[in-house]
Design a protein around this ligand. Structure first.
Ligand SMILES: Cc1cc2nc3c(=O)[nH]c(=O)nc-3n(C[C@H](O)[C@H](O)[C@H](O)COP(=O)(O)OP(=O)(O)OC[C@H]3O[C@@H](n4cnc5c(N)ncnc54)[C@H](O)[C@@H]3O)c2cc1C
Length: 336
């Protein structure tokens, strides 16, 4: 059981900054995210896009914002449970909560702050009838640990940045024994320099590039042994494979949060703007996941919401202590 002061569900920009504001009040946080890396939409959807409305930064790449937030919260040593969706929340007799993930990791705290953004990102799966039979038996939709692919033959499918970047990474670092990239078109949607790099690696024989083709079948007894590729001109062929990794992007759904007894309005959690509390005392919702009159789904609004939520959380955790606002310029950042 992981014990902390505040469990934060969602390690997007808002969840991360909430750790900082909680840290200033000497409240310890543990973040849970279904994605294997922190950063939420900034890391998953648009890491290389510049954002122009973060106060004090005329322009900052979304990925750099996440890196900066991680640096900013370092003194407060937050805990992380990554790659696991929070699936249940249970109120205890002492009014504290236990949050359990899909892998049964349990977390206990007197306060829960939901910073779940658009919800859990679900992979877009290709329409292959038996694909679910091979999940975790050779089929993965997210690369969590590249070491899983060391010395293996990997068939990657997709035409966006994710498919291109991982093909390059696994081939260039010589992690995979063989990389086959299958894409249904002859042009790619990813960054031009990544496309060029894949073409260069294909010319050197480090990547086998199969375009105008789709993986249509998976074959194997107890685990994946080969894939069937349907080529638009040349018809079907069988390619041996240890892993099939379709990288067609992720789509968010509110997921389990919708079943926790919270007041949900249009797929978002209704909060009181006094302190961003929900209808369950001790549970707050900040960032894109919440809704109220005049809500704007912007990072800077989420930062403000997290700041007010932890002030209220402090009063709940330490009802007998007075909290006096201290400027960081005066007080500094005193980590744990
Ligand atoms: C293309 C694009 C461009 C944008 N440009 C801007 C911009 O210029 N300026 C701006 O201010 N905003 C911009 N936004 C919006 C901005 O990205 C969001 O407002 C911001 O990401 C919200 O942060 P968040 O932390 O609330 O949620 P998110 O970033 O969505 O993070 C939520 C996290 O919660 C996790 N999660 C959800 N449910 C669970 C669960 N049950 N268990 C575990 N984890 C869970 C998710 O995996 C996710 O990582 C843009 C968005 C997009 C898509």
């Amino acid at each position: 059981m992981i014990k902390t002061d505040i469990i934060i569900i969602g390690a997007g920009p808002v969840g991360l900054f909430t750790v900082f504001e909680a840290g200033l009040l000497k409240l310890k946080c543990h973040l849970i995210d279904s994605l294997p890396i922190p950063g939420g939409q900034c890391a998953e959807i648009y890491p290389k896009k510049p954002i122009y409305d973060i106060p004090g930064f005329p322009s900052i790449l979304a990925g750099d914002l996440v890196d900066n937030l991680m640096l900013q919260i370092e003194p407060f040593k937050p805990g992380f449970t990554l790659g696991e969706a929070a699936v249940s929340i249970e109120k205890q007799e002492d009014d504290s909560f236990i949050v359990t993930t899909i892998k049964d990791t349990q977390h206990a705290a007197p306060v829960v702050i939901i910073a779940g953004g658009l919800g859990v990102f679900q992979p877009r799966k290709p329409p292959i009838s038996n694909i679910e039979d091979f999940e975790d038996k050779g089929v993965e939709y997210i690369i969590k640990d590249p070491e899983l692919y060391r010395g293996k033959k990997c068939v990657i499918a997709g035409g966006g940045d994710s498919a291109l970047d991982w093909s390059i990474f696994l081939a260039e670092k010589k992690i995979a024994k063989e990389v086959v990239l299958v894409h249904r078109s002859s042009s790619f949607r990813g960054h031009l320099d990544s496309v060029q790099k894949v073409i260069d690696l294909a010319e050197k024989g480090a990547i086998k590039l199969v375009t105008e083709a789709e993986v249509t079948g998976l074959n194997g007894s107890s685990s994946l042994e080969s894939v069937t590729i349907a080529h638009q001109r040349d018809g079907e062929m069988i390619e041996t494979a240890d892993h099939f990794i379709p990288l067609f992007g992720l789509k968010p759904t509110l997921g389990p949060i919708g079943d926790w007894g919270l007041e949900i309005v249009k797929n978002a959690i209704k909060v009181d703007t006094l302190d961003y509390s929900t209808n369950i005392p001790g549970v707050y919702a900040v960032g894109d996941v919440n809704t109220y009159t005049n809500k704007l789904k912007l990072i800077l609004c989420g930062f403000h919401e997290g700041t007010l939520a932890v002030q209220s959380a402090f009063a709940r955790i330490h009802p007998d202590k007075k909290n006096i606002l201290k400027y960081t310029t005066v007080n500094g950042v005193k980590g744990f």
